[in-house]
Design a binder for this molecule. Structure first.
Ligand code: SF4
Ligand code: SF4
Length: 259
């Protein structure tokens, strides 16, 4: 029996309510024996990572909530400071972890509390799960998400089809993690008009992707695998070829002269 989180990035609207809920639950509240109070600043046991992608005017923003503390690698690294739990959640015991700055230094999502001299991270809100009288019997970040972008439950009861993890040992699954895009606006310099209905094809190591330019001459090739692509723009018997690499980042190509 192992608990897990499932985050659907496509459903996430970037409201930060999960991050705020975690703060509200743990800042100024001591939930011993599970957790000392989370400091007001500097720690984000649930952290919504916001990324601006592409280049003006072809820009997208992605929101990916991250719960780094729920990783069994932490327990494997320091079993003597982690609680033994039937549900498999990773809970660093504050009473046993004094002085273990090495844990905070090694794992993203584990923070060092200088004042208390302890590493701190997501507890899975075990204080709520274990309390039969709690009005909320689920993690606070999950309860706070009004669009069900974060789910929590038995791992084998979650719909994990197509889901992936950021690390093999994490208890957090993701669906619809952001994939790369190539976007641009096609225009003819001779008359300074946008080209409508041009066929745009990207072919590369990640496969072949196709679209057409819209009424504003814009095209968006979305959901691309990382890698290098040959992008061809074809219209009215003419063709333009471009080399575009989205291995590391998305490509907002701006205005593309088509002659
Ligand atoms: S509460 Fe839900 S929708 Fe809002 S940022 Fe968190 S996961 Fe996304
Ligand atoms: S499960 Fe609880 S401690 Fe963990 S990130 Fe969510 S709100 Fe914070």
């Amino acid at each position: 029996m192992t608990k897990a989180f499932l985050i659907d990035v496509e459903k996430c609207v970037g409201c930060y309510d999960c991050q705020i809920g975690c703060k509200d639950e743990h800042c100024g509240n001591t939930w011993l024996p599970y957790a000392e109070s989370q400091p007001e600043i500097g720690q984000f046991w649930c952290k919504v990572n916001q990324t601006e992608r592409g280049a003006k005017p072809h820009v997208m923003v992605s929101y990916v909530p991250f719960i780094g503390g729920q990783d069994t690698a932490i327990r494997d690294f320091a079993p003597e400071v982690c609680m033994e739990r039937e549900d498999g959640l990773v809970v660093i015991d504050p009473a046993k972890a004094k002085g273990r700055k090495d844990i905070a230094e090694k794992f993203e999502g584990v923070y060092w509390n200088e004042e208390l001299q302890i590493p701190q991270a997501c507890t899975g809100c075990a204080h709520l799960l274990d309390d039969p009288d709690s009005p909320i019997r689920t993690p606070r970040c999950v309860d706070n998400c009004h669009v069900d972008a974060i789910l929590f439950g038995e791992e084998d009861e979650l719909d994990l089809e197509g889901a992936e993890k950021l690390s093999e040992t994490s208890l957090v699954w993701y669906k619809n993690l952001p994939k790369k895009f190539i976007a641009g606006t096609v225009f003819t310099p001779a008359d300074d008009e946008v080209v409508i209905g041009a066929k745009v094809t990207a072919t590369g190591e990640g496969g072949t992707y196709e679209t057409t330019t819209d009424d504003w001459g814009d095209f968006w090739l979305r959901g691309l695998a990382d890698g290098a692509y040959k992008v061809t723009i074809a219209h009215d018997g003419k063709e333009l070829a471009l080399d575009v690499d989205v291995t590391d980042k998305d490509a907002g190509l701006g205005d593309i002269a088509f002659e």
